[in-house]
Design a protein around this ligand. Structure first.
Ligand SMILES: Nc1ncnc2c1ncn2[C@@H]1O[C@H](COP(=O)(O)OP(=O)(O)OP(=O)(O)O)[C@@H](O)[C@H]1O
Ligand SMILES: [Mg+2]
Length: 533
């Protein structure tokens, strides 16, 4: 509708009146009136239905209709087009009734002049335009409030009272009619803690004029039910521009949050099992590596053993018969003997490590094995200026052990300690007995035997402590690996602790090697006591 160009339908049966009104309208400057006329009410219906008419000027007394009926029939055809009644009947009551029924104005022909008529037309059009705008705004407001089903929208005054809420909000709190929520506050709907927090946020918004955007809110209702919402609140201004409350929009994201939480815990589980898998994979690789090393060691040892025995016999024969007088040669033979002896040691270690063993178990006291072993290494300890301190209490429970193998464990551990103290030192060996306090977790030993102490088992613990160099932390995880050595070529094969571990595993015992507080290494060997003792 264009105000500057106004299309008028003039319904009038009096030709002189018709001409008068047309003349009045044509005279008007600044506005172009396009006037269409109808001298019967029935003649007005077609243009009303089919054409764009901005305003109707309606005489109530027509040949085919009279009084208020004329107006009501026009209204039946169009309820949007503004109608000004222009009549010779100056009836105040009728005027009021017609205005009540929706006419824009009621003008008495006798008093109408040009400016009055034009003003009435203009006001009517503007009024209808604003009403239409208002109605459109109301429709948009309704659409916004009710069109999005999962979004709660609410208006509150500065005291936190709901002024208006949508159906989604009312339904969320168990009301059918949004009007039931009007006048309530968050304290009537949520837990006190949540209502306090919301009130704090809203005070801040009203005071600062700044909106609160996208706050993830954990809401707890009065029964303790928890929901999650993504909330935006902004200041609501009154007619004077003052912040008089807030308007809030909350979208329920409980499902999203639950899914997110499930995803996080699934991710955690996946990460955990991935880590476990990697650890298992490493263990498998390690086990496989050790197995193939063991097989290789066994075949090498087996192949070398016989030629070595022949060499040994030959050297002994040479030493005894041929070159006793020749000092140089007999020195050389002595060195050869030493070398063969070392090689035999390595071969024995390799075979001990790799061959499948049947243990020959018998009941022995660990203290006596330690004392025997000390006599074997006495010479080496004395040469290395190592002082031995023992604490081997009497009456220690006996264990079922393969004595030579356990002796070999102690020989290897004592020898390592001796090598770690090149400038001498102290070797402290102590035994004690203890009861296991809790079950060990199940684990597989290298040989496939489960290694596990149970709660209540009685064990003998042997601690061997030296005052040597200690073991660098990064090397600690490798010391039981076969062929791991930090010693120079020819001084150590790196099989000593691998053999030790193997023997302890075969006995279903435990061994730990750590750096001792204050320096040196602390080795702890634990062996189950003989249950018959
Ligand atoms: N008491 C200790 N103090 C310091 N380092 C030690 C001690 N015991 C073992 N180690 C470290 O562990 C490594 C492996 O020891 P292991 O007994 O298996 O082999 P090795 O002594 O080097 O050679 P061998 O086969 O002759 O025993 C050693 O080379 C050494 O670095
Ligand atoms: Mg060693």
């Amino acid at each position: 509708m264009q105000v500057e160009r106004i299309r008028v339908l003039l319904v009038e049966d009096d030709p002189s009146q018709m001409a008068l009104v047309e003349a009045i309208l044509q005279r008007e400057k600044g506005v172009v009136f396009e006037v269409k006329t109808a001298d019967l009410l029935s003649a007005a219906f077609k243009p009303l239905r089919e054409e764009q008419i901005d305003i109707v000027l309606l005489d109530l007394s027509l040949p085919d209709s009279h009084g208020i009926d004329t107006f009501l029939k026009v209204r039946e055809v169009t309820c949007h087009t503004p109608v000004i009644v222009l009549t010779g009947n100056d009836d105040e009551e009728l005027a009021l009734e017609i205005l009540r029924r929706g006419a824009q104005d009621y003008l008495f022909k006798g008093t109408v002049d040009g400016p009055l008529l034009v003003r009435a037309i203009r006001y009517s059009i503007y009024r209808i335009l604003s009403e239409r705008n208002l109605e459109e705004q109301r429709t948009r407001h309704r659409l916004l409030m009710e069109g999005i089903p999962d979004v709660r929208i609410y208006f509150k005054d500065a005291g936190g009272h709901f002024l208006e809420v949508n159906h989604a909000m009312a339904n969320f709190h168990g009301f059918n009619d949004p009007r039931e929520v009007v006048g309530l506050t968050d304290y009537d709907l949520f837990s006190r803690a949540h209502a306090d927090e919301a009130a704090r946020d809203e005070r801040q918004i009203v005071n600062s004029g700044q909106p609160l955007v996208g706050k993830m809110e954990k809401e707890t209702d009065q029964e303790g039910k928890v929901t999650w919402a993504l909330t935006t609140k902004m200041p609501l201004q009154d007619g004077t521009g003052r912040n008089a409350g807030i308007v809030g929009i909350s979208r329920d994201i409980t499902d999203l949050k639950t899914t997110e939480e499930r995803l996080w815990s699934a991710l955690e589980e996946v990460t955990k099992s991935h880590e476990e898998l990697s650890e298992t994979q490493l263990l498998l690789i390690q086990a496989e590596k050790l197995r193939s090393l063991g097989q290789m060691a066994a075949s090498v040892a087996h192949e070398v053993k016989n030629p070595l025995a022949i060499l040994k016999m030959g050297i002994e024969c040479l030493g005894e018969h041929c070159f006793q007088e020749n000092e140089q040669i007999s020195g050389l033979v002595g060195e050869m003997k030493g070398a063969v002896h070392r090689a035999e040691g390595i071969i024995r270690d390799m075979l001990d490590y790799s061959a499948a063993h049947e243990l020959e178990l018998r009941e022995v006291c660990v203290n006596s094995l330690i004392e025997r072993t000390l006599t074997f290494v006495r010479h080496e300890l004395a040469k290395g200026r190592v002082r031995v301190v023992t604490d081997l209490p009497e009456g220690l429970s006996s264990c079922r052990l393969d004595a030579p193998k356990i002796e070999q464990v102690f020989i290897n551990v004592f020898t390592n300690a001796c090598h770690a103290m090149p400038d001498g030192g102290e070797l402290t060996i102590a035994t004690s007995e203890k009861l296991v306090e809790s079950d060990d977790p199940e684990m597989e030993g290298d040989n496939g035997h489960p290694v596990r102490f149970r709660r209540g088992d009685k064990v003998v613990a042997v601690t061997i402590r030296d005052t040597g160099t200690g073991i660098p932390e990064d090397k600690l995880p490798k010391i039981f690996d076969p062929f791991f050595t930090t010693k120079d070529l020819g001084e150590g094969s790196g099989l000593g602790l691998a053999v030790v571990k193997k023997i302890i595993d075969l006995h279903q015992g435990k061994i730990s090697i750590v750096n001792a507080e204050g320096g040196g290494v602390l080795v702890t060997v634990e062996l189950k006591c003989f249950s018959g003792s």
